[in-house]
Design a protein around this ligand. Structure first.
Ligand code: PBG
Length: 323
């Protein structure tokens, strides 16, 4: 035998030398769930280790993460039922929970980058990402709400707005609104290939944002499709997206690779709540080694072609690196 691939696996030093993919804290965006009140830190029951924070404790969490080297955050608000309505009006209230949080984080941590979610669902009495009329999600009227929401977030200090709603034309619409208001420096991370997935369950529990009726299949993508992701990617790019995202990550590694090979924009992947919950549940049962599975799955997302990983593991991974 002339070729013996095992030669390059003989010792740890050699394995490290030939390792093709490595992860750093810089690759991550850490999602944060935000609730009203003070001194709140309530664990999400289906996501051990992940809490819902009030603004004051969220600032403590940001400080702890910054200390560990994680400097980019994706906050998501949980909005009180009484403040929800059909048109998600609270989503563009500058004094609302979310813009207040953005201002507070940027005031205390000017170097932190904030990626803010643009979608109606946490603020919608219908629990959908668009305006619902007679059971239908209306696209073009929804764009106006998304534009106001993105502008409110930019005014509060968001660095990157991240439309997760999957309405047609929203990237171009938001780009226009931001530019007309002088926010040409605010970037857009588009949830480009966002699939109608059962992996979002724990997230919807955390925010009480599940649809009141129906599902999201008329706007989020069919998980049987990957060529369709290229159509979304092309449109988002033409409309001015600065980043493309694939979501979820682990069952969609092929889609991450596809976008990586067909675009020169940075590719983000969202390692979603259900993916996190499954690892934690099996680890708690002692059925898998949670830490090893965390490292292996995060590495696989990067290996598939993601430059950026949104993950509930971001902080834990940074702690693991310090060990
Ligand atoms: C809202 C949104 C969702 C997630 C991120 N933004 C839920 C949904 O589309 O129903 C899911 C994230 C996760 O599961 O971790 N548009």
């Amino acid at each position: 035998m002339i070729r013996r691939p095992r030669r390059n696996r003989q010792t740890e030093a050699i394995r490290n030398m030939v390792q093709e993919t490595s992860l750093s804290t810089h690759d991550f965006i850490y999602p944060l769930f935000i609730i009203e009140g003070q001194n709140q830190r309530i664990e999400v029951s289906s996501m051990p280790g992940i809490n819902r924070f009030s603004i004051d404790t969220a600032l403590e969490e940001v400080a702890a993460c910054v200390e560990l080297g994680v400097k980019t955050f994706a906050p998501f608000p949980s909005i009180r039922e009484q403040l929800k309505d059909k048109y998600a009006t609270e989503s563009h209230n500058p004094e609302g929970l979310f813009p207040t949080l953005i201002r507070e984080i940027k005031r205390n941590f000017p170097d932190v980058a904030l990626v803010t979610d643009v979608a109606m669902d946490p603020y919608s009495s219908d629990g959908h990402d668009g305006i619902v009329i007679n059971g239908e999600i209306i696209n073009d009227e929804t764009l106006e709400v998304l534009g106001k929401m993105a502008l409110t977030q930019a005014q509060a200090g968001a660095d990157i707005v991240a439309p997760s709603d999957m309405m047609d034309g929203r990237v171009g619409y938001i780009r226009k609104v931001l530019d007309e208001n002088g926010f040409h420096k605010v970037a857009i991370m588009s949830y480009t290939a966002k699939y109608a997935s059962a992996f979002y369950g724990p997230f919807r529990d955390a925010l009480d944002s599940a649809p009141k009726a129906g599902d999201k299949k008329t706007y989020q993508m069919n998980y049987a499709n990957s060529r369709e992701a290229l159509i979304e990617a092309e449109l988002d790019t033409l409309e001015g997206a600065d980043y493309l995202m694939v979501k979820p990550a682990l069952s969609y590694l092929d889609v991450i690779k596809l976008l990586r090979e067909n675009s020169n924009l940075p590719i983000a992947a969202y390692n979603v709540s259900g993916e996190y919950a499954m690892v934690k549940a099996a680890a708690q049962k002692g059925w898998i080694d949670g830490e090893k599975i965390m490292v292996e799955t995060l590495t696989s997302i990067k290996r598939a072609g993601a430059d950026i990983i949104l993950s509930y593991f971001a902080k834990e991974y940074a702690q693991y690196l310090k060990k």
